[in-house]
Design a protein around this ligand. Structure first.
Ligand code: PLP
Length: 409
């Protein structure tokens, strides 16, 4: 067993450690600066000011105006609010048998399950775009799916919503959001994107890419859990589905999580300043890990763009490497790694707890001999080259042990 401080944390897509500078910024708002920002006295004005400063920081990271940023409790709420709020507003405008939502099989459950609910309750009909086998959702596949259905972009009415994630949480693939935004515009659709895994790690710029709605969450970029944001482009039709005291300009009611918001603002500022440096460093670690695992463990696939595919390697998130090993169970591998002091997962934190095969890996057609043997490694600026070497040694040894125990030849 390893000593506690030797733990190697390789599950940064599940959540990240709160950056010490983020914690430092938050603490005053959990101590004396605890006032409710809607109240009418000095300490409350201070809290309000802190919330608005944080809104500017988050807006700056995505190239938005501060009044286009709405704080929520996290990525899940943002996805749900984006889809149901926009759908409610365009419902009366679509002029067909109802609104259409176009999405894909690889989305996070926050989107998938919201869409399933909207379909089940008759609020929308769903069209799914098939992913490519390397995990990308192609703009041309999207365009083909919409072709011939008679959608036009005439007038201000929207035909529906396209919801496609910026980067995938299990396999780290980064979609061509510029191309997808072009197809959305041509066909008269709003574009929502779940950018939870992308924000702070790769550039996401709403002033350049035609996102109408964008969801993000602070705990994936060194901020605290329980705070997220929804970007709504000015002029986007939107009827809030959050009722209460009317905070966040009526879009998302509830007393603001001031310390969380301040933490999100600081995390966004730090991520913006460090993005390029971190990208180079973290993707260097990722590539070293990928090349060792692919070279040293036979019968391995890198899910998403394949091993040693130089052309597509930067269409993967800087910290993301996910594998499938033939002939073993990913859950047994994760237990072995845990015993050796390594935190990693079989897929997303949610799919790991359900014990089911990942919908992402089935969605991209990973074969039955491999699909149960998945391992997701997600790195951060806090990892070191030495950790990567140790992790590669331990993973190779553990896969070999499990194969031996399972009589794999
Ligand atoms: N969307 C994606 C792509 C995610 O990876 C996650 C979290 O894992 C979420 C949404 C949900 O975010 P939150 O945990 O803030 O609710």
């Amino acid at each position: 067993m390893m000593a506690k401080n030797e733990l190697i944390y390789l599950d940064n897509a599940a959540t990240t450690k709160v950056d010490p500078l983020v914690l430092e910024a938050m603490l005053p708002y959990l101590e004396d600066g605890f006032a409710n920002p809607s109240a009418g006295y000095g300490p409350a004005h201070k809290a309000r000011h802190a919330v608005e400063e944080a809104r500017k920081e988050v807006a700056e990271l995505i190239g938005a105006e501060p009044d286009e940023v709405f704080f929520t409790s996290g990525g899940t709420e943002s996805d749900q609010l984006a889809l149901s709020g926009a759908l409610a507003a365009i419902g009366g405008c679509a002029g067909r048998s109802g609104s259409v939502i176009v999405s894909d099989e690889l989305e996070h459950p926050a989107v998938r399950n919201t869409l399933a609910h909207l379909e089940k309750t008759g609020q929308a009909s769903l069209i799914k775009v098939k992913p490519e086998s390397n995990g990308f959702i192609g703009a041309s596949a999207l365009s083909e799916v919409l072709e011939g259905r008679g959608f036009t972009s005439a007038g201000t009415c929207k035909n529906g919503i396209i919801s496609i994630m910026t980067a995938n949480n299990e396999i780290g693939t980064i979609n061509d959001m510029d191309g997808i935004a072009g197809v959305a515009e041509q066909n008269g659709f709003l574009l929502h994107s779940d950018a939870v895994q992308a924000l702070g790690h790769i550039p996401v710029d709403v002033s350049r890419t035609g996102f109408d709605l964008l969801s993000a969450s602070a705990h994936k970029l060194g901020g605290p859990k329980g705070i997220g944001m929804l970007y709504i482009r000015r002029g986007t039709p939107f009827s809030s589905m959050s009722f209460g005291g009317g905070q966040e300009r009526g879009i998302r009611s509830g007393t603001e999580n001031v310390a969380g918001i301040v933490g999100f603002g600081r995390a966004a500022q730090l991520a913006g300043n460090r993005m390029e440096e971190d990208r180079v460093y973290v993707s260097g670690l990722r590539d070293r890990l990928i090349s060792r695992i692919c070279a040293e463990i036979p019968d391995t696939i890198l899910t998403g763009p394949a091993c040693f595919n130089e052309e597509e390697k930067d269409r993967r998130l800087p910290g993301s490497a996910s594998f499938a090993f033939r002939g073993i169970q990913g859950s047994s591998l994760v237990i072995r790694l845990d015993m050796a002091g390594i935190c990693a997962s079989t897929g997303s934190a949610c799919s790991a707890s359900s014990g089911k095969n990942s919908h992402v890996l089935s969605g991209i057609g990973v074969s039955p001999e491999y699909i149960g043997g998945s391992l997701r490694i997600t790195l951060s600026r806090g990892n070191t080259p030495d950790e990567i070497e140790r992790a590669a040694d331990i993973i190779a040894r553990s896969v070999a042990d499990l194969r031996r125990l399972g009589n794999y030849h």
